[in-house]
Design a protein around this ligand. Structure first.
Ligand code: NAP
Length: 250
């Protein structure tokens, strides 16, 4: 049994989509574990607020995961003492215009969802993993979804994107098995966040109704706690997947 304490004190974590919901709660949970957390997202005011809440353990980073130049520029802007990223939480994601029959959705929304949830996640991972390989130390946590194994009508693109996250995560773990790089996929059920409000941008009542009709939902801290658990395991343990469901009535 390996007794090493993980994450190592002062480890640097990068959380994408840290400006709200699961990402913001994860930034707090990782800081509580002793990590220094880079809080990334497009909305500068929001990442600044979340990072400020972490004191000297937080650093805001404005970036758009769909824009390679934005990713490169943001990572290059990190000062030397924030560069050695040991934990990457690939959380940024959305479903703009989702829950529509395939032909009735907007193709730009469909492509945008894939670019955010899949291509963006791959780009960030590619940019960060080389440092992890050099140091032989890293933990990548990808936020999938129960939609990544449960198809539904209106889910062609979102569920498709999360199936891709699932396949990517499973294969990535196998690429690096036996090294210091671990890969975990967290697959939440319904969490009450801004997600539905982004999906139905301009129709907040519809988003509110979606959560209210569902009944018991998870809260972002439930997922953040799960991520904190996964990254706290000793180096000989890999939490491969965690499916987290609300204890809702059927
Ligand atoms: N809520 C649920 O029921 C649920 C269930 C299963 C899985 N998930 C997954 O959990 C993750 C987080 O979702 P959430 O529920 O916390 O929703 P949320 O509150 O809407 O948060 C989404 C985050 O993603 C960021 N983001 C979106 N597009 C981005 C881009 N192009 N570049 C950088 N950041 C971007 C947003 O920040 P900016 O707008 O500031 O960029 C925001 O911080 C997503 O991957 C989602 O698919 C959610």
């Amino acid at each position: 049994m390996n007794e090493a304490t993980m994450p190592r004190p002062g480890s640097i974590a990068l959380v994408t989509g840290a400006s709200s919901g699961i990402g913001a709660a994860t930034a707090q949970a990782l800081a509580a574990l002793g990590c220094r957390v880079i809080c990334a997202g497009r909305r500068a005011d929001r990442v600044e607020e979340v990072a400020a809440g972490l004191g000297d353990k937080g650093l805001p980073l404005v970036l758009d995961v769909t824009d390679p130049a934005s990713i490169d520029g943001a990572l290059a802007s990190l000062s030397h003492d924030w560069r050695e990223i040991a934990i990457l939480v690939n959380n940024a994601g959305g479903d703009k215009g989702g829950r529509e029959r395939f032909d009735q959705g907007d193709i730009e929304d469909w492509v945008g969802t894939i670019e955010t949830n899949v291509t963006g996640l791959i780009r960030i991972t590619y940019a960060v993993i080389s440092g992890m390989i050099e140091r032989d130390l890293g933990h990548i946590v990808n936020i999938g979804s129960v939609s990544g194994f449960t198809p539904y009508a209106g889910g062609t693109i979102y569920a498709g994107s999360k199936y891709a996250v699932h396949g990517f995560s499973e294969s990535l773990r196998k690429d690096y098995r036996g090294t210091g790089i671990r890969v975990t996929e967290v697959l939440p059920g319904l969490v009450r966040t801004e997600f539905a409000f982004q999906r139905w941008e301009g129709d907040p009542k519809k988003a509110q109704k979606f959560y209210d009709d569902f009944g018991e939902c998870l809260v972002p801290e439930d997922i953040a706690n799960t991520i904190a658990f996964a990254v706290s395991q000793p180096p000989n343990v890999v939490i491969s997947q965690l499916v987290v469901l609300p204890n809702a009535a059927p």
